[in-house]
Design a binder for this molecule. Structure first.
Ligand SMILES: *[C@@H]1O[C@H](CO)[C@@H](O)[C@H](O)[C@H]1NC(C)=O
Ligand SMILES: *[C@@H]1O[C@H](CO)[C@@H](O)[C@H](O)[C@H]1NC(C)=O
Ligand SMILES: *[C@@H]1O[C@H](CO)[C@@H](O)[C@H](O)[C@H]1NC(C)=O
Length: 198
């Protein structure tokens, strides 16, 4: 029984096709439905440039094609994420964005470790707060007053850190609320907003 179950488990493991992880969220702009095959082809080409660029450098903003079929894309990993996790994550965005927004020129997808967006308009350098999600723990803090005070201080601090030259838009830190409780915080800007202070 022992041996047989091991063999079965082995076969089972190797017959599961590689499946990409679910994103935190995605945004498919249905006002930008694709009407040209050239745009679709340009997006496909763009996606592979975005993936290879991100695997190489952790970030890329580029465009593909010309005239009305030109498409713009940005992809990046969180600056504190290692190469292997970054690579896995950004490859998942390519598969999932095609699956979830197959017909939209403006599409965005968020994971814990990485982010990808493409569009027919040049969005580089524009602050985008047009879409987001809030995920929270249902547990309540024991001392809201201390918590909120410490959270404000910590958030202001990591926001300053994010725009320090060399930090790649990433700010993160932690603070002790009690000897047994630590509050962690992290922020990541898209790196097209940083200009020369990458
Ligand atoms: C885009 O396509 C979706 C279905 O794929 C449709 O529901 C939507 O109305 C379309 N948007 C426009 C602006 O035509
Ligand atoms: C896109 O290609 C399909 C076949 O691959 C074709 O049926 C369709 O007419 C083309 N659409 C445009 C807008 O060229
Ligand atoms: C947290 O506090 C809210 C009210 O502020 C209450 O409705 C909720 O039940 C509390 N949750 C837990 C897990 O105690």
């Amino acid at each position: 029984m022992g041996l047989l179950s091991h063999v079965l488990l082995f076969l089972f493991l190797f017959t599961i096709p590689a499946k990409s992880a679910d994103p935190l969220c995605e945004y498919c702009n249905t006002n930008t439905n694709i009407s040209s095959n050239q745009t679709s082809a340009n997006i496909e080409g763009l996606l592979s440039q975005l993936v290879s660029g991100t695997i190489l450098n952790g970030y890329i903003a580029t465009s593909n094609g010309k005239n009305k079929d030109q498409v713009y894309g940005l992809a990046q990993c969180r600056a504190d994420v290692g190469r292997k996790d970054c690579s896995t994550c950004i490859q998942d965005t390519e598969k999932e964005i095609q699956k979830r927004c197959p017909n939209q020129a403006d599409a965005r997808i968020w994971y814990d470790f990485c982010f990808l967006r493409h569009d027919i308009k040049d969005f580089f350098g524009e602050v985008d707060t047009g879409f987001g999600i809030i995920v929270y723990n249902v547990g309540n803090v024991t001392n809201p007053e201390t918590f909120n005070k410490e959270l404000t201080t910590l958030t202001e601090w990591i926001t300053l850190q994010a725009v320090v030259t060399g930090n790649k838009g990433n700010g993160r830190d932690k603070t002790k609320l009690t000897p047994f409780t630590t509050l962690y915080a992290l922020v990541q800007c898209t790196r097209d907003l940083l200009g020369s202070i990458q």
